[in-house]
Write a protein that binds this ligand. Sequence first.
Ligand SMILES: Cc1ncc(COP(=O)(O)O)c(C=O)c1O
Length: 486
Amino acid sequence: MVAISSNNQKQLLSKIATNDGHGENSAYFDGWKAYANDPFHHTENPNGVIQMGLAENQLCFDLIQEWVVNNPKASICTAEGVDDFKDIAIFQDYHGLPEFRQAVARFMEKVRGDRVTFDPERIVMSGGATGAHEMLAFCLADPGDAFLVPTPYYPGFDRDLRWRTGVQLFPVVCDSSNDFKVTIKALEEAYEKAQESNIKVKGLLINNPSNPLGTLLDKDTLKNIVSFINSKNIHLVCDEIYAATVFNKPKFISISEIVEEQVGSCNQDLIHIVYSLSKDLGFPGFRVGIVYSYNDTVVNIARKMSSFGLVSTQTQHLIASMLSDEIFIEKFIAESSERLGTRHGLFTKGLAQVGISTLKSNAGLFFWMDLRKLLKEPTFDAELELWRIIINEVKLNVSPGCSFHCSEPGWFRVCFANMDDDTMRTALRRIRNFVLQTKGLNNKAAIKKQCSRKFSKLQISLSFRHMDDFMNSPAHSPMNSPMVRT
Ligand SMILES: Cc1ncc(COP(=O)(O)O)c(C=O)c1O
C-alpha cells in the first residue's frame, strides 16, 4: 500500500474530518492514553496507572445485576423474553417505544424529587448526551454563532457542540474567589465581550450539577440565569446528566422547577434540557441520551434529526422495563447516592489529613482538587509539569484544570467512582505519599535555600517511589488512619 502524507490526506478528505475539532490532542485525552499504555491491576500490574480521569459510576452494579437476573423478561435474548424479539427487532420509529419515553419521563421526575412533571411527548432520543448536545447545537445555531459557557467546563463540550456544527463556545470566566459561582456580572461581561468581537451569541450552556466542580447551581442563580437569557432573547441549554449523583444537601434544583414556577413570565421556548443515563444509572455504553425541549418546533426538528443517533430498540426495551420498576429505581437512587457520598467522604477527608483541600461539593463522580500550593509558579505550564509528574511518577491519571478551560492554574479533577475499594485505597495512598514527600522536601528545601537556589519542588518526583515503599509498610501506611479505613 502507498503511504499518503497527512497533508495529502487533508486534501483528499473534508475540512471537518481533518480539523482538530475533536480535541483529542489535549492533556485530558493524553491522560487516558497514559492509562491505556500501562493500566493498573492489583496483581498483574500493581505499579500501573490508576484511571481517575473517567467520570463513570460503577458503585452499584451489584444492584443492577441482581435486577437483571430477577427480570429475565426484560431481555429479548432470554427464554422468558424471546417472544418479543421480532417486534423489538423490527421497530424503527424515531419517536421511540412509547413505554420507553414514558419510563424515561417518569425517571426524570423521580430524580427531581417528584417536584416537576415531564411530558413523554417531548422526550427526543439521541446517542448519549454527546449526541444530544450536537443535535441541539444544530437546531439552535448556525456556523460561527456562539454559546456562552461558564468555566471550568467538561472538555467534551468542545467536541460535542463545536466540531461538526461550526458553532463556537465563548467562556464565562468563573474563579475560586467565589467558589466558581456563575454570577450575572460574569455572564454580562462574557456577553459584551462576544458582542465586541462581532460574535453572535445564540445561547448559554450550563451544566448542573457541574462537571468538573461537583457543585450545584442554587435557586437564585438559576432564576438569574433565566432572567439573563430572557433579557437577551437567547437559548438556555441545561445539561443535567448528573442530577441523581447528589449525595449531600442542598438538594438538586432542576431548571424545570424554575420553568414551572415562572409559567407566563419566562419564555419557555428558549429552554432545553439535556439528559442521559450515562452517569445517573452508570450506563454510558447504552448511549441513552435525551433532549427535552419546551419549544414545540425544536422538539419536532430534533426528532427528525434523531434519526442519526437513535437508541437501539433493544436497549429501549430493557431500559423501559427497568425504569418502570419504581421500587427498584427508588432503592437504586438512594443507595447510589449513599455509596457516592461515602466514597467522596473517604477520599476528600484522606486528602485533607495531608493538607490537600478540595472544592466543597455534594454531587458528581469527581471532586476538584486544589494543588495550587504544589505549583512551581502560578502558570499553566507549571500545572502541566506537575500533572506529568502525577501521571508518570505517582501513576494516577487525574485531569488538569487547563483541559477544563479553568481560568486559574493548579486545579485538578479527580474521579472517584470508577474503581473498586482496593484501587481507591491504593490511589489515595499514592496521592497522600506524594504530598507528604513534597512537604518533606519543601521543608528541607527551606533549610537548604541559602545553599542552593536550584532546588525545585519538582525534584520530589525522583525519590517518590522510595517514599511509597516506606509508607506502604504497615506502621506508616496512612490507611491505618481511622479516617481512611472502610
Ligand atoms: C457534563 C457532561 N455532559 C455530557 C457528557 C457525555 O455523556 P454521554 O456519555 O451520555 O454522551 C458527559 C460525560 O462525561 C459530561 O460529563
